[in-house]
Design a protein around this ligand. Structure first.
Ligand SMILES: [Fe+2]
Length: 204
């Protein structure tokens, strides 16, 4: 089977749309992020995206904002109606841009989150304790993560990333990144205070 290739779109979406999306997020600031994923995000954000010719709004099945101050675990997002991810950076606060690391390795099945040594339970993208390489992921190598990639992921010991290769995409406002939801991905070590993004998923 073949996965869709990663596409980095340096032109992304317009500044007008970015500003409108940030306004939507900020005006809903009294909701917590979990609630936001279910309410404010979807409908209004989709209306904004209708102005963007490179976004196929009719294929969107998931649309939510997320704001992070800490790197997130490696995970996949695939579900029956979620085949492709688009990550749209909206804001990076007080520091250099972080990166989104998309690995070449992928997991064939519903989205999962690898929590390394931590016992965590997630309702969505259910947790797997351990490293991705300890599970049946596709295309894993028999080598350590390359050092040019480890520099983005040094918040964990290098052997946690054993068997992985991939590419680090800059989380840069004004660009976006599209990739197959089955691909394992993780956020880089953050040297900024926080980052805000909009993530959308396409059905097939
Ligand atoms: Fe994700």
């Amino acid at each position: 089977m073949s996965l869709t290739s990663n596409i980095y779109n340096p032109k992304g979406i317009s500044q007008t749309s970015i500003d409108l999306l940030k306004d939507i997020y900020k005006s809903a600031g009294s909701y917590d992020t979990d609630n936001m994923q279910k309410l404010a995000g979807s409908k209004e954000a989709k209306e904004v995206l209708r102005n963007e010719s490179s976004i196929d709004v009719d294929r969107i099945t998931v649309c939510h904002f997320y704001k992070h101050s800490h790197p997130y675990f490696p995970h996949t997002d695939f579900h029956t109606n979620e085949k492709e991810n688009i990550v749209i950076p909206l804001e990076v606060v007080n520091g250099p841009n972080p990166y989104l690391v998309i690995f070449d390795q992928w997991f064939d099945g519903d989205g999962r989150t690898w929590t390394f040594r931590e016992n965590l339970n997630f309702e969505f993208n259910k947790s797997l304790k351990g490293r991705p390489c300890d599970f049946s992921i596709h295309e894993k190598t028999e080598e350590d993560l390359p050092s040019n990639l480890y520099k983005y992921l040094s918040h964990h010991p290098r052997n946690y990333w054993y068997g992985l290769t991939g590419y680090a995409y800059e989380f840069k406002v004004g660009s976006y990144i599209k990739f197959d939801s089955k691909k394992i991905h993780a956020t880089s070590r953050l040297f900024c205070e926080s980052k805000l993004g909009l993530t959308i998923r396409y059905r097939a």
